[in-house]
Design a protein around this ligand. Structure first.
Ligand SMILES: Nc1ncnc2c1ncn2[C@@H]1O[C@H](COP(=O)(O)OP(=O)(O)OP(=O)(O)O)[C@@H](O)[C@H]1O
Ligand SMILES: [Mg+2]
Length: 260
């Protein structure tokens, strides 16, 4: 078994060499080797040839559907989110995407759904930013790969909200900004995040400002479950911030978010 795995890893290493993508930390890639199937490697190579990626770095996160890696571009640090095609919980994606009117004519094979999902995340991030929400700027997509602005400095990613402890005063200010972002998303971008929680909010440590991430599952208000997703987001946010003394009913928060 081990031998087989070693062989597989070696083969991937050779492929990477062949593709001439510079790898900063090949050990972390070995752990993540199931992400780098052959088509993904080819697409990474394509992106490096087009000069989007200069150097691929270590793993930032291994999630249920995607892996996020650090990389450098010609000018800036990058985050590269790679949706897994074979091991992703792709069934969970289906209702979010097949009921979205923007994606009605995509084929429903696993690959096609993952590719559409990647594009959807990029489009949703753009719409959020245009509405005035702070989110990582999407740079480009290639099949199941999304390249975006790196939220962090000198290879160190900024923390998730769930991993920091705040002064009550700062927590209240962050809460207000999140409420305003939810309002802008809904009223200006016509979007419901649909997975908003302390996991998908990053805190810029310089300004203690929130940044919203992970918008692959976000839907427009036309989606049949949009209201239900919005209510869930509202409950998640209120549950998290109650520890900082913020008490509000879901209905009150909803009315704030819906105000034009
Ligand atoms: N642009 C970025 N810059 C820096 N770190 C990032 C960026 N995007 C994502 N991350 C980090 O990677 C983690 C996972 O990203 P994201 O939430 O988008 O993926 P995910 O697939 O939802 O993960 P999961 O499957 O666990 O829900 C984030 O919590 C964050 O810590
Ligand atoms: Mg996430």
């Amino acid at each position: 078994m081990k031998e087989k795995l070693d062989k597989k890893v070696r083969r991937i290493d050779t492929d990477i060499d062949k593709l001439r993508i510079k790898i900063k930390d090949s050990n972390s890639l070995k752990l993540e080797e199931n992400v780098f199937d052959e088509p993904t490697l080819k697409n990474l190579y394509k992106l490096s040839r087009k000069d989007f990626i200069k150097e691929l770095g270590g793993s930032i996160s291994t999630g249920k559907e995607a892996n996020v890696f650090y990389a450098t571009g010609p000018e800036k640090e990058l985050a590269i989110k790679i949706y897994r095609i074979t091991t992703s919980t792709f069934k969970a994606m289906d209702p979010y995407i097949t009921k979205d009117p923007r994606f009605t004519n995509i084929r429903h094979t696993r690959r096609d759904i993952v590719f559409a999902w990647t594009q959807k995340e990029s489009q949703n991030l753009k719409r959020a930013i245009s509405a005035g929400v702070r989110a990582p700027e999407p740079i480009t997509t290639e099949k199941n790969i999304l390249i975006m602005e790196f939220l962090g400095e000198n290879e160190v990613p900024y923390p998730q909200l769930k991993n920091i402890t705040l002064e009550e005063e700062d927590a209240k200010r962050i809460f207000e900004i999140i409420v305003e972002y939810m309002r802008l998303l809904l009223t200006k971008a016509n979007l419901v995040h649909a997975d908003l929680s302390e996991y998908n909010i990053i805190i810029d440590p310089n300004t203690l400002e929130p940044i919203i991430i992970d918008m692959g599952q976000s839907v427009t208000l036309e989606h049949p479950n949009a209201r239900e997703f919005l209510y869930r987001d509202v409950q998640n946010i209120l549950r998290y911030f109650s520890r900082y003394g913020i008490k509000m009913s879901p209905e009150e928060l909803l009315s704030k978010i819906q105000a034009k």
